[in-house]
Write a protein that binds this ligand. Structure first.
Ligand code: PGA
Length: 261
């Protein structure tokens, strides 16, 4: 049985103080929920927050029971150097965080990140012992032109190129986030999301072997809310959700976690 992975992606919201306040309340609510703490301690559930780099330390400080996984939203592939404005995997690790989102659609489309850059970042994150959550997703025009599966297959295979199959299965999480569903209120139907996530698992089986495909955690993201979580999570190939807007309020994110169980 694969574990469930429920993650919030704060994007460019929540500075250090707001992050600390959120995390303090969130960690206390998690600790007082028997079903959530039992699921976490029996390794059936992981709950994660991906926060702006400047807020990571305050998230770590507030995460007193360490019940929540913390991660960055992006990183550069070099360890250090003259790369003004960037942060590296060792820096993320130094804050106490363990995960990092790579290749989010906003990085790909606003900041023009390519598949080969995503691959360099995933490789560098793994080398530092961080778990990358590698995002893939098609544009609306790709979907309308029946290109969804080709686009996703290219993004996945280029993203994990050159990485040891065992490492792919154990240390990478893939998030399928159709670009047209992010922040738009339009969710892919659970069946459409399942179809793409199943195709990703099939591709991982071809590239890395069936055992790896059985193990790898695949998430759906794009307008996930408390009301649609249970239906998305009921799909065979969807192991978790990556939540943007609805993760910014403690109560709605808690409802999403509860609905996923
Ligand atoms: P959304 O964002 O839930 O606000 O659509 C999801 C994401 O970008 O990860």
């Amino acid at each position: 049985m694969r574990r469930k992975f429920i993650a919030g992606n704060w994007k460019m919201f929540n500075g250090p103080k707001a992050s600390y306040d959120f995390m303090t309340k969130f960690v206390s609510l998690i600790s007082s929920s028997k079903v959530i703490t039992e699921s976490i301690s029996s390794s059936k559930l992981e709950v994660a927050i991906f926060a702006p780099a400047i807020s990571l330390e305050s998230c770590v400080r507030a995460n007193v029971s360490s019940s929540v996984i913390l991660g960055a939203e992006n990183m550069y592939w070099e360890k250090q150097g003259a790369f003004t404005g960037e942060i590296s995997a060792p820096m993320i690790k130094e804050t106490g965080c363990t995960h990092v989102i790579i290749g989010h659609s906003e990085r790909r489309h606003i900041f023009h990140e390519t598949d080969s850059e995503v691959n360099k970042k995933v490789t560098a994150a793994l080398a530092e012992g961080l778990t990358p959550v590698m995002c893939v997703g098609e544009l609306l025009q790709d979907r309308e032109n029946s290109k969804t599966f080709d686009v996703i297959a290219t993004q996945v295979s280029e993203g994990i190129k050159g990485i040891d199959p065992l490492s792919v299965a154990d240390n990478i999480i893939i998030a399928y986030e159709p670009v047209w569903a992010i922040g738009t209120g339009k969710t892919a139907s659970s069946e459409d999301a399942e179809e793409v996530c199943a195709s990703i698992r099939k591709l991982v089986a071809q590239l890395c072997g069936c055992a790896c495909a059985e193990k790898i955690i695949i998430l759906y993201g794009g307008s996930v809310k408390p009301e649609n979580t249970a239906s998305i999570m009921s799909q065979a190939n969807i192991d978790g959700v990556l939540v943007g807007g609805a993760s910014l309020k403690v109560d709605s994110f808690m409802s999403i976690i509860e609905s996923s169980l």
